[in-house]
Design a protein around this ligand. Sequence first.
Ligand code: A3P
Length: 277
Amino acid sequence: GTPERGTSDYQTLKQQEGLISSRQLPTALIIGVKKGGTRALLEFLRLHPAIRAAGSEVHFFDHHYFKGFRWYRRRMPPTLSGQITMEKTPSYFITSEVPKRVKHMNPGMKLIVVARDPVTRAISDYTQVKSKRRKMPRFEDLAFLNGSRIVDTSWMPLRIGVYVRHLERWLQHFPLSQFLFVSGERLISDPVMEITRVQDFLGLRRVICEKNFYFNATKGFPCLLKSEDRATPHCLGKNKGRSHPYIDPTAIQRLRDFYRPFNQRFYQLAGMDFGWY
Ligand code: A3P
């Protein structure tokens, strides 16, 4: 801008050019699933110049809903016009009040679900809880009702994995076309493929590509060559990609048998075969 121009003129111009930043409510959410790879997906998406995302989980639609939309908007990073605001809170997927609240705020909300084999996801969830406790019962003892073969479906790490139940609830409020399902497994084996699907879904140019990733053999996961915050190669933190404890294969098989019919119905509803067997 030129110094001669009046301040208000100058501001109008800047605003028209979209150079003045403002905070906006999100138009896309990563709603789940916990331990599915939600942090990895968000960190990858942040490489895109048209995406701005809240750094930590905001928990607006579950814990802080009564603080109102203004509170929510203040949690969002400033954006320029044309940029998309996002956040990720994995508990949204499983919290029953959330879908109608999201719809009330924005019936056009884009909803992203990173889904991962529910058995691996449960072990990942258990591993996270165990890492914060001094003593923790064995996974096998928590997963089945006192020493029986009956799956304890009230145990949260197992309940979360019945994805079809949660999706059915969401589909009472949103059409399938507003969802994108990301494979948690493929996000690790082929991050570019999944990130391309997400960019397309969000209507963005395919900016994030092979050049952004490298496979870190020590970590055993794809990592970033550079990002918004850091110009040097880096991986996600130590709490992402933990090694899991040994679990009795019989227990794993029983859980696979338990989830199989739910997984099949989930594939049908989501219109995508995740290939968990
Ligand atoms: P594990 O720690 O059990 O391996 P969330 O961020 O939703 O909590 O998901 C955590 C999971 O993301 C990790 O679970 C890990 O498997 C997965 N993940 C996917 N891509 C990753 C990456 N590039 N780096 C580290 N973890 C990744």
